[in-house]
Design a protein around this ligand. Structure first.
Ligand code: UTP
Length: 295
């Protein structure tokens, strides 16, 4: 569909408190915790860039200045590396530096919820569809999750939400979608329910933290009242938007690691370390030994 506008911008809400990861997150944002040797946020930014995103918008909060520094040049460090002929390290730093002018930062002064954090990006996004990536969720797959979503968006022009299947008895923990007709690598969404009461979920497809939304979400968020947890909930606003615009689900078939939780973070470290040719040979056997001690 040639009239579908390209998704050029991505929003990363990094203003949450990270209470599940205290005390580490007392001074370090959870997005800067490292999985192997890269901060969590780098994996998520790479997924967005791989999907063709051109502009990265970070909604930051208190003590998040370190994220802004991470995406900037560190002049002294680079000078020292140059003096010491550390060319491999220098080119690594160059390879992760975003193109000049392709990042924007705005503040969410109070952590009033994900919906409110997204609303804080409204001026930077403007009047065009945008990607939204929860920066504590790392996806692992052959084709990037956001890449698949951008394809489904260009085919359908709909709002897109990535979903995965969970065990039916776990559905009450998540945002769950109702399943309509098949479309591309996904299906039309018939309804959305946040944390349905046990036994009432319309399916076992849960919302996993990746979205492509139309700008019409912003005026809805502007007047959205506080919902669950006394926070301004994105799902509540999406339910309203679904009254006037189509929503489609992209069925993501990879692995997701919730790095905002201790178990997901540890599993991400193990999974990504074992994929690395330089690390697997030195950790695989010791890891097996550690695990065997607990049998
Ligand atoms: P979470 O539900 O993980 O909340 O937010 P949290 O505060 O970050 O972490 P916990 O639950 O206290 O451990 C989901 C995403 O929304 C962002 C978070 O940074 C995270 O990426 N968020 C949440 C905001 O940016 N602002 C908010 O007010 C709430």
């Amino acid at each position: 569909m040639s009239s579908v506008r390209k998704v050029r911008k991505a929003v990363f809400p990094v203003a949450g408190l990270g209470t599940r990861f205290l005390p580490a997150t007392k001074a370090v944002p959870k997005e800067m915790l490292t999985v192997v040797d890269k901060p969590v946020i780098q994996y998520v930014v790479d997924e967005a860039l791989d999907a063709g995103i051109e502009h990265l918008i970070f909604v930051t909060g208190r003590s998040k200045a370190v994220i802004e520094d991470y995406f900037d040049i560190q002049v002294e460090l680079e000078q020292t590396l140059r003096q010491r002929n550390k060319t491999a390290e220098l080119s690594l730093l160059e390879s992760i530096l975003p193109v000049a002018g392709s990042t924007s930062f705005t503040r969410q002064q109070e952590p009033l919820g994900l919906g409110h954090a997204v609303w804080c990006a409204r001026e930077l996004v403007g009047d065009e569809p945008f990607a939204l990536l929860l920066p504590d969720m790392i996806m692992k797959s052959d084709k990037g999750c956001m890449k698949g979503m951008v394809e489904l968006h260009s085919e359908s022009g709909a709002n897109i939400i990535a979903v995965e299947e969970c065990a039916p008895d776990q559905a009450h923990k998540y945002g769950i979608v109702g399943v309509g007709e098949a479309i591309g690598e996904g299906f039309r969404i018939t309804r959305m329910v946040e944390k349905p009461a046990p036994g009432t979920a319309p399916s076992n497809f849960f919302i996993n933290g990746r979205y492509i939304l139309q700008p019409e979400i912003f005026p809805i968020l502007a007047t959205q009242e506080r919902g669950a947890g006394n926070e301004i909930q994105l799902t509540d606003a999406m339910v309203k938007l679904s009254g006037t615009q189509p929503f489609a689900a992209y069925h993501f078939r990879g692995e997701t690691y919730d790095c905002g939780a201790k178990d997901g973070f540890i599993l991400a470290n193990v999974a990504f370390a074992l994929e690395r040719a330089d690390i697997r040979p030195v950790v695989e056997e010791p890891l097996r030994k550690i695990v065997s001690r607990f049998k």
